[in-house]
Design a protein around this ligand. Sequence first.
Ligand code: GLN
Length: 486
Amino acid sequence: MEICSLPIHRVHDLLASGQLSAVEVLSAYLQRIETVDLRLNAYISTLSDRAMEEAQLFDSGKRDFTSSPIAGVPLGIKDVICVNGTRTTCGSRILENFIPPYDAHVTERLKEAGGILVGKTNMDEFAMGSSTENSAFGPSRNPWDTDRVPGGSSGGSAAAVAAGLCAGALGTDTGGSIRQPASFCGVVGLKPTYGRVSRFGLVAFASSLDQIGPITRDVEDAAIMLQVTAGYDRRDSTSVNLPVPDYRAALGEPIQGLRLGIPKEYFIEGTAPEVDTAVRKAIETCRELGAELVEVSLPHTEYGIAAYYIIAPAEASSNLARYDGVKYGLRAGGSKDLIEMYRRTRSQGFGAEVKRRIMLGTYVLSAGYYDAYYRKASQVRTLIRQDFLDAFQKCDALLAPVSPVAAFKIGEKSDDPLQMYLSDVFTLPASLAGVPGISVPCGFTPDNLPVGLQILGPHFQEDLVLRIAHQFEQATPFHLQCPKID
Ligand code: GLN
């Protein structure tokens, strides 16, 4: 476990100083995956052979550890992101055998920087869910308590990082899918600003919301992975052409004198007391570190769930129209005509939650309902965005819980979609507004389940969000804890 419990920057130090070879490091992870992942199901596929070839390039001197801070480091990547020549399932039967013929932008970036991809991580089907129970390949389990979910939809990435099955991973966040699993698994998860990281080669769920970001053991690693992946890419029309700051350089600056907003709508009845206690303690820690706390209001927060669960399914219903048995993946046999082939393929290929979203989305976009639902939801979204812009006039960043509960039991919410949707209450608004947010470990419940603190910042101020998270992390012991899964 020794190597496998280290953050990226420490693994990289060992490689760069010659204390360990790339093959030694990779072998430690692969061995651990073989024993531990039987229990966690964090990976849908592992890429051992190719990873080993990559590692050997370093050890034979053909590649150089000093070229980047992830060079030679084993990483996981969510199975919704294309890796050339490697099965990319999106957690769905319909793409069970889909092998993309190209790399996503972020995949290219990781490869160019010398990251070694060890596997494709498990996820809710097409990233729809908050628990990873909607995966067609079985749920992932939380390494802190294997009867519980790791969160979702990037649950496989979070579980893999927490359990030491990779040094860091990429996830995606449409409405909380990086931040919430990070908080459930006691690791760091950063959702960048919408437009910061190119989605070229990310299989689309809700295109006006989807973002790719890192899930890591500590905040410095999140800065490293964002650095490697961020920046303009003409192949994603929403990619923003702004300079990428040096994220690691900003981490060391104290937070003394920063104004941190406490949004009153995020401290409500219904949050579990053990979560509330941990988050309030974390806020107090920030005050002790010299930050000034200011109460702020984001008055349209309560409409976030309703707006999100119209907008995201609407976009999904359109994006998922491409899975018709002709262009990608599964095609159901035995049909007498084209329409029957479409119907059978989609009936057999999609799981229950995906079908529910397609139906919801098609309904809210249909003539006669569009104005009442989709248009209204888009207007509410503008108000939610404005709430954040107003709040950031009064403070530099916001502190809040990530989720009203810690990791719940497998099966506890899976029969009740509404309960599952409601648990996203604290992550959806930032997604609708497009602002960056991070989850950083801030405590444990009496059952020894991790709790995350959410830090939200203004558009494109990931450097500020990372700095606050790093200063908090370095003043607290929570990120040093590891689950006892061996
Ligand atoms: N839980 C939310 C949903 O089910 C968010 C998922 C995500 O961010 N991908 O849509």
